[in-house]
Design a protein around this ligand. Structure first.
Ligand code: NAP
Ligand code: ZN
Length: 349
């Protein structure tokens, strides 16, 4: 029998989030029931709750940076037991048979991954609902383990912001001595700085918030460029091997492409509406413009283990569930250092 679960939902693209009750599916034999402790607030939650990408399904319960405890398991669950501390990221299912799924890159599933929320469930039971809720039911293969030593609240953003920046830095082979720029110092950007530094790169933050200079240096950045000053684009031409662009709002990609060295790559992870790219921005330096989406289950576990080993977690501000609408407004103003994390105890009380 499905069971009622307390949550926070957007009823439409223009309504603020408010308390709502959803139905979680009864556990299948291979399902795990997770009591949610913390859930990070990703800018993708805001994009989707306000239908900025189109196709949003309402009511919507956002949240895909989930950390919790296993409180029940189905009869055929072999990977998890009651009491385990676990995480759930951006997807909860995929086809399991295409080359990407078999290679552990489920986020690039040929049939399309099933998002943790705002996605039709593969069994036809309706839309998925995310981590702004007290409990969630997840098939056992789409869960990761939170290693001991990581603070549970500051680990939650690793499930999206962490893996989304770790994966492209790994894929494009960032190594000691490389010159890496991180554009946008938000939830993703600050994790990008931490990982690029951990991989030995020389890291420059490019930010439209000049007030973030000291904070960027405190995070370990080697350099800071305020992009409000047009001159920085001329003064820093051909400087970077790799640019990781995490910006959530429209901006001119062409000026950033000019900052790449010969054969350099700019990786887009931020998801505003696309701005036009001129071929001239690419050809003069045999440059590449790439994109990258989160990471697979295997790599997410690898990233979490790396974080535990190196003592890396997110810089967070813990909030109660009823603060979420204010948190969204502050996120839009870049007024958060660097990730809001909801303490779900506030929804259980
Ligand atoms: P965030 O915390 O709001 O950070 C975005 C940053 O972009 C801000 O901190 C700000 O940095 C910069 N920015 C904001 N408005 C700007 C403007 N008008 N002009 C220039 N820069 C601006 O958001 P997030 O959670 O890190 O997410 C960032 C983007 O990545 C979102 O679009 C999100 O949907 C996307 N995302 C993609 C994936 C993926 O798999 N590819 C996964 C998760 C999220 P400064 O103040 O330093 O300029
Ligand atoms: Zn996210």
């Amino acid at each position: 029998m499905s069971f009622p679960t307390r949550a926070y939902a957007a009823q439409s693209s223009t309504s603020p989030l408010a308390q709502w009750e959803l139905d979680r599916r009864a556990l299948n034999a291979d399902d795990v029931l997770i009591d949610i402790l913390f859930c990070g607030v990703c800018h993708s939650d805001l994009h989707q709750a306000r239908d900025e990408w189109g196709g949003s399904i309402f009511p919507m319960v956002p949240g895909h940076e989930i950390v919790g405890k296993v409180i029940s398991v189905g009869s055929e669950v072999s990977k998890w037991k009651v009491g385990d501390t676990v995480g759930v990221g951006v997807f909860v299912d995929s086809c399991r048979t295409c080359p990407q799924c078999l290679a552990g890159e489920e986020q690039y599933c040929d049939a399309g991954m099933t998002g943790t929320y705002n996605s039709p469930a593969r069994d036809g039971s309706g839309p998925t609902y995310g981590g702004y809720s007290t409990q969630i039911v997840i098939q056992q293969d789409y869960i990761v383990s939170i290693p001991e030593g990581l603070p549970l609240d500051a680990a939650a953003p690793l499930l999206c912001a962490g893996i989304t920046t770790y994966s492209p830095l790994r894929y494009f082979g960032v190594k000691p001595g490389d010159s890496v720029a991180v554009v946008g110092l938000g939830g993703l950007g600050h994790m990008g700085v931490k990982f690029a530094k951990a991989f030995g790169a020389h890291v420059t933050v490019l930010s439209h918030s000049p007030s973030k200079r000291e904070a960027a240096m405190a995070l370990g950045a080697d350099d800071f460029l305020a992009t409000g000053d047009e001159a920085v684009f001329a003064e820093n031409r051909k400087k970077f091997d790799l640019i990781l662009d995490t910006v959530s709002a429209d901006h001119d990609l062409n000026s950033y492409l000019g900052l790449l060295k010969l054969n350099g790559t700019m990786v887009l992870v931020g998801l505003p509406n696309p701005s036009p790219v001129s071929a001239f921005s690419l050809i003069g330096g045999r440059r590449s413009l790439a994109g990258s989406m989160i990471g697979g289950i295997r790599e997410t576990q690898e990233m979490l283990n790396f974080c535990a080993e190196k003592g890396i977690a997110s810089d967070i501000e813990v909030i109660s569930m009823d603060y979420i609408n204010t948190a969204y407004e502050r996120m839009l103003k870049s007024d958060i250092r660097y990730r809001f994390v909801i303490d779900l105890a506030s929804l259980k009380a």
